[in-house]
Design a protein around this ligand. Sequence first.
Ligand code: ME8
Length: 694
Amino acid sequence: MDKPAKFYITTPIYYVNAHPHIGHTYTTVVCDAIARRQRMMGMDTYFLTGTDEHGQKIERSATAAGCSPKEFVDKIAAEYRELWDRMKLSYDDFIRTTEPRHIRGAQALFTRLQERGYIYKGSYSGQYCVFDELYVDAVGAGAPCPECGRPTETVQEENYFFKLSAMEDRLLKLYAEQPDFIRPETRRNEVVAFVRSGLRDLSVSRTTFKWGIPVPGDPKHVIYVWLDALANYITAIGFGSDKEKDKKKFERYWPADVHMIGKEIVRFHCVYWPAFLLAAELPLPKSIVAHGWLLFEESKMSKSRGNVVRSETILDTLGADTLRYFLLREIVFGSDGSFSFDALVQRFNADLANGLGNLSSRTLSMITRYFDGEVPYPSTAQERTADDRAIAELGDQTIRDFHAQFEQFQFSRALETAWGLVSAVNKYIVDNEPWTLAEKPGQDARARLGTVLYTSAEALRIVTALAQPIIPESTARIWQQLGLGEISKLDLRELKWGQLQIGTKLGTVEAVFPRADKSTIERMQQMEQERSSVSESKAPAAEAEAAGTGAEAGQRATEAVADPSAAVPPDKTAKAAPVVPASGADKISIDDFLKVELRVGEVKVAEKVKGADKLLRLEVDIGTEVRQIVAGIAKAYDPEKLIGRKVVIVANLQPRKLRGLESQGMIVAASLGDEGLPVLAGFLEDVPVGAKLK
Ligand code: ME8
């Protein structure tokens, strides 16, 4: 017998500098649904996900959290895995970029590029954005990154460069010859325009930090995080290993059929990744599919904005299937879509509790009651009514349409199609009143009752089978109740109307989707608030990082004094800075605020603190005296550039000692992004030293 065809699908590997949120869940659930369906279509499917664990961002997050990078990444990677297991995601492999198999494979890729003459040594001096891990065309210390708006850092490094400029024509040819290489088309057009505008060589190593994969033969350098991260797609399936078994695996599964990604990382996947592969003479993935963003309160849900919703909240209330169904049904794949607890509960009640749940419980309990729990005979074809025939035809049509739409990544439409059958059958039941037929004496009524219930049960079977990849747990339960055993054994290719066997003995019938009410929304909101305040106080990851610069100096930069929206980086798509609503208890009175004495000061002396790479010792004139202040701003500001600068000081803080130096106050700064990069508060107009702020 021939080996089945293979299907290899990947998610991005997620950064471990913050906790997972439902944006990450979205991509992973989409891939899971595709993978599950492929398996049920007889494909030898390999579904890969994992975590991206190197880079300066992560190194800094670990420092801020007071642990080693390894301890830090282990903790967050475990969180991802645990969540994916709770979500019942059917991944075949979870790659971590700190694993030996990946390190070996990424180094092998680097060497392969070097051997083929695509990597050379050069030097770079200019601005670097730590958040995007990118050299950028910005001028001057602290100039904003053109990608994300965060302040850049000035670096001068000797680097290895990849000859990206040599790949322009080959890439353009690829996009022209394989129109499905980048999907959807809008993303493809953007990439083509970007490449046409000209490519510059890409720096693929760093010397400014250590937390990365050493360049083979030159361990002073670590491999650029994106080259490291992208390599996961091949290292996970054996690239770079000498073992026969791994080589076979690589041959079997590479190239990937689908790399699923969010739209913000299109360039890395559609320009850099194929360029690396072309240069390394490795086959190219068949398709890179970019989806839109999940928005919350109108802007992209993201850790740096702090407007995230955790999947755990929904798991603990409505369950994994509800979240999975919502994400695939509510969001039009490819476009941005909003998440709200109201919409989630509405979808759940309408489609799952009242729709599929109702169809399942009324059909199966009537078969239990009227036919002793055995699937009844339908009447012969000639005796069927137009109504019965319409449902049977719709059943087959639904199967065809669902498959076609799903294959085109139109998950929302595919589910709409399947639920079209649910509504039609629920209406059919109401129109045919099986409960009235059951009361009527005589063979005809009994035969009619059998037909109506057979038709309903068969439609239920079809929807359940189609929905299995999206809501695996609940469909498995309905399948058991239908008396059909293990749903995972079903071959979806064979599914058609009329396969439900007469006489099938039903399992125990019970409700699969109990209705949710308003209190569920309140509970979820409450849980989110509690979770965010717990993670703030524990400061485990990005949150710890935001506190990073100030925390080391005993100062949390934006706390209490700075405008929280100043900590939100400008974003091309953002309309407003989302702020997690504060409950009344979190608010302070004006009197409380006035207790904080804020004054304008002028920096007279600024110098590095020995042995503390984040700290500066400042002498600040506040009008009445000169204060010594120890501030965690060394990563963002050169001491020389601060002399003469007007700053805002919290003047009535109790003095405290940092690295043996007394700090007599605190300097106010916004804290940007996951890195918590400080940006000092200042004034556009001239203000006198010592002026009070209120
Ligand atoms: O970019 N809506 O990791 P990351 C939809 N490590 N999807 C979202 C989302 C949102 N609001 N937020 C996140 C990285 N995602 C790199 C990838 S791959 C070789 C390296 C999803 O943790 C979406 O898939 O920032 C997005 O592309 C990915 O998470 C970014 O995850």
